[in-house]
Design a protein. Structure first.
Lengths: 440, 171
């Protein structure tokens, strides 16, 4: 029996089986090789281990399934096709029955609710190899946090089969929107990555823009017109307490992002009509000017190691992307295609920059390498804007505004291959998403 | 002299004093100043040349911009000439110049572009003699369009710098 620590509050993770299968088994999706056909899996409703476990057992297995199918890489084999039923989590698996319905992966689980605490166990089987894929795991937490346990199960399955980092157990901060374009009401909101558990962080009394998660996921930076002028605020998600990052009278500050250390903010400051990039030490309020040109420099984003900053500038005459040292200095232009490029965001893996591109009256979300090569446009519409990366660097969320007087804004996600474009369900309209790091 | 913030009670009193026909209220409301009295204008109405309403309607409170541009057009400069003159005459007003962009652009860039537009208007007003201390600027980027169609006819009206008066009461 091995012990690991994958804390959800205080989570005990156990190897439930002696049969350990190396992860390089045949059950594997190589995403980079252009998978089109989703991998079929079966997830029989998890076994309730106490009288009060029935509801959550069903809910958790449903969310596991939704997470996996939502990637576009997996397809659920419906329960109506099952030959075997799983009535005992520890009973041997009848591989032939699952093979017969072409379920290549089988996920079994058990849920034990006691009062307001819940324990979830699961196992993943490679049906065609006739073996378990990785160890069984279990997670414990409160019943209130049950969706996180489902996401952790799905994350483990996703990572084992794709070899990619996990991302389901994450949140998204965004701007919730209602009303027509000329009277739009905006408030900050936070939700699970799949649109569940929406919580509002501000009221709609002032315009709020572009929340950005801290690297530890406990704070967001955002821009608000609370004072009558755009100012940057830092908000503690747990307490919903906020404070303004002071800037001089007569200036506007906006487009903030945290440094990877979480101690510095890089942002735009406008003075005398000119917008440049600055950093500010959050604790001391000391700021440093990084760019000093008459052109517009905005939308800065740090590299994951904190050494460089990608941003947009119109110094060439149109909006283009540039990379400079995190301490300023001469930048290097990286975008050279047709049209205009804005809102660059460095990927968490460090290898790509996501951006918004405007060309011939259309908007696109795209990605490119750090030298501007291998540009790939993932979307096209009347107005797509503001990409944010999933913590594993595989998926991008952005906002799509529709055309005309009745236009509204909706969050979408798309794989960086350009596949699996899907709306994210939110109670109201949404814009300016910011994906959190994977939760601890 | 009370102007645009004049209380409704005072407007009502003046109007009542000037006009014995109470139907006037029903017809035109308290702000209808054309025939409001022997002195000719209701303070605060569009006929009061010192009023915000007059500034908005007769002087013109906004200038428009070409796509992606922040330089003032000839029409824009003429409007700002009028604004400058008015502001120097009515020296107890402050103004906030709001810069705006149309929806065809990314959010951050449009904030910066709106700031350029507001600043262009501000600098012009200062060059015509309006004290800098009476003017402030703010950009709303594409957050506050006044026209909501997704066509150039609407976009043209949304690419604007609007001079919004504040204060104006010395008492």
């Amino acid at each position: 029996m091995k012990l690991r620590f994958l804390s959800l509050f205080l989570v005990l993770v156990c190897a439930l089986s002696g049969a350990v299968q190396a992860q390089q088994g045949p059950l594997r999706i190589e995403i980079t090789e252009g998978v089109i056909e989703p991998l079929p899996f079966a997830v029989p409703s998890f076994q309730p281990e106490s009288a009060e476990s029935g509801q959550l057992a069903g809910d958790i297995s449903r969310v596991v399934s939704e997470d996996l199918t939502g990637t576009g890489l997996f397809r659920e084999v419906p329960a109506s096709a099952f030959i075997s039923t799983v009535s005992d989590f520890n009973a041997p698996v009848q591989y032939a029955d699952w093979k017969a319905i072409n379920a290549q992966a089988l996920i079994t689980g058990a849920v034990n609710v006691q009062g307001n605490s819940v324990n979830v166990k699961f196992r993943l089987y490679d049906v065609f190899s006739g073996a378990e894929l990785g160890d069984g795991l279990q997670f414990s937490g409160t019943t209130e946090g049950w969706r996180r346990m489902a996401h952790k199960v799905a994350d483990a399955v996703y990572s084992r089969i794709t070899g990619e980092g996990a991302y389901f157990d994450s949140r998204v901060a965004y701007v919730s929107e209602t009303g027509p374009k000329d009277a739009r009401q905006k408030r900050l909101a936070i939700m699970d990555y799949d649109g569940a558990n929406v919580q509002y962080l501000t009221d709609s009394g002032s315009i709020v823009l572009a929340p950005r998660f801290s690297p530890s996921g406990d704070r967001v930076l955002y821009t608000s017109y609370e004072s009558g002028f755009p100012r940057i605020y830092v908000l503690d998600i747990g307490s919903v307490q906020r404070r303004v990052l002071e800037s001089a009278e007569g200036t506007m500050s906006f487009a903030p992002r945290f440094s990877p250390s979480g101690q510095t903010v890089v942002y735009s400051l406008t003075q005398g009509g000119n917008t440049d990039i600055y950093t500010m030490d959050i604790a001391s309020g000391q700021s440093v000017r990084l760019t000093n040109t008459p052109s517009i420099e905005t939308a800065p984003s740090y590299s994951p190691d904190g050494s460089r900053i990608v941003f947009e500038s119109d110094r060439s005459g149109t909006q283009q992307l540039y990379i400079m040292s995190a301490t300023g200095g001469e930048p290097t232009r990286i975008s050279f295609g047709e049209g205009r490029y804005g809102t660059p965001v460095w990927s968490p893996r460090g290898d790509l920059v996501a951006f918004t591109k405007q060309n011939k009256g259309r908007f696109h979300i795209g990605v490119m390498r750090l030298d501007g090569s291998e540009e790939r446009l993932l979307t096209a519409s009347f107005l797509d804007e503001g990409p944010t990366w999933a913590p594993n660097g595989r998926v991008i969320m952005f906002a799509r505004e529709t055309q005309g007087a009745g236009g509204s804004s909706t969050l979408y996600s798309v794989d960086i291959s350009g596949r699996n474009l899907r709306p994210v369900r939110t109670p109201e309209g949404g814009s300016d998403p910011s994906w959190s790091p994977l939760q601890k | 002299m009370n102007r645009f913030l004049t209380s409704g009670i005072l407007i009502a009193a003046l109007a009542m004093g000037a006009c014995t026909n109470p139907d006037r209220f029903g017809a035109d409301g308290a702000g209808a100043g054309a025939n409001a009295g022997a002195t000719g204008v209701v303070p605060g109405s569009a006929n009061d040349p010192t009023s915000t309403a007059y500034f908005q309607q007769s002087i013109g409170d906004r200038v428009l911009f070409e796509v992606d541009q922040s330089n003032l057009t000839a029409i824009g400069r003429a409007t700002l000439d009028g604004q400058a003159q008015w502001l120097m005459t009515n020296s107890d007003y402050q103004a906030v110049i709001e810069g705006h962009a149309d929806e065809q652009g990314t959010r951050e860039y449009n904030l910066a572009l709106g700031a350029r537009r507001a600043n262009a208007a501000q600098e012009y007003l200062i060059s015509k003699g309006v004290p800098a201390g009476r003017l402030r600027v703010v950009s709303y980027g594409k957050e506050r369009p006044i026209e909501i169609c997704s066509e150039e006819a609407c976009y043209a009206k949304n690419r604007r710098a609007v001079t919004v008066l504040a204060g104006g009461l010395t008492s």
